[in-house]
Unconditional design. Structure first.
Length: 114
């Protein structure tokens, strides 16, 4: 089919008009969907994952605190690798950017609901 054929078919066919009641039926469906309550977030399903993440964070913090403070004492190998990787990737700047984003979104939500 070429553009010329398409133009010819569209020129011959009458103007497309929706059937009677179409707009009313669509608007009724939109109103019905808007009236239904939103699906709540399944917090009960996220609790195990959040608990595991919190436990991992606590274990990591305890391991970091138990590491000797002197420079001559060796830091556990796994902790050393994690810290070096974090420094190489700029984890501090990433954390700062995430914190600023979180504060900005919370502030905007508070302004929007006030």
């Amino acid at each position: 089919m070429t553009d010329r054929d398409l133009d010819r078919y569209l020129a011959v066919s009458p103007e497309v008009v929706p059937s009677s009641g179409f707009t009313a039926n669509v608007m009724e469906a939109v109103r019905r969907e808007a009236a239904t309550p939103p699906i709540p977030f399944p917090w009960k399903r996220t609790i195990p994952g959040l608990a595991a993440a919190a436990l991992l964070l606590v274990c990591f913090a305890l391991a970091a605190l138990q590491a000797p403070a002197t420079a001559s004492a060796p830091i556990p190998r796994a902790l050393s690798v994690v810290l070096d990787t974090g420094r190489a990737l700029g984890a501090g700047w990433i954390a700062l950017a995430l914190l600023i984003s979180l504060v900005t979104v919370k502030f905007a939500k508070r302004l929007a609901t006030a």
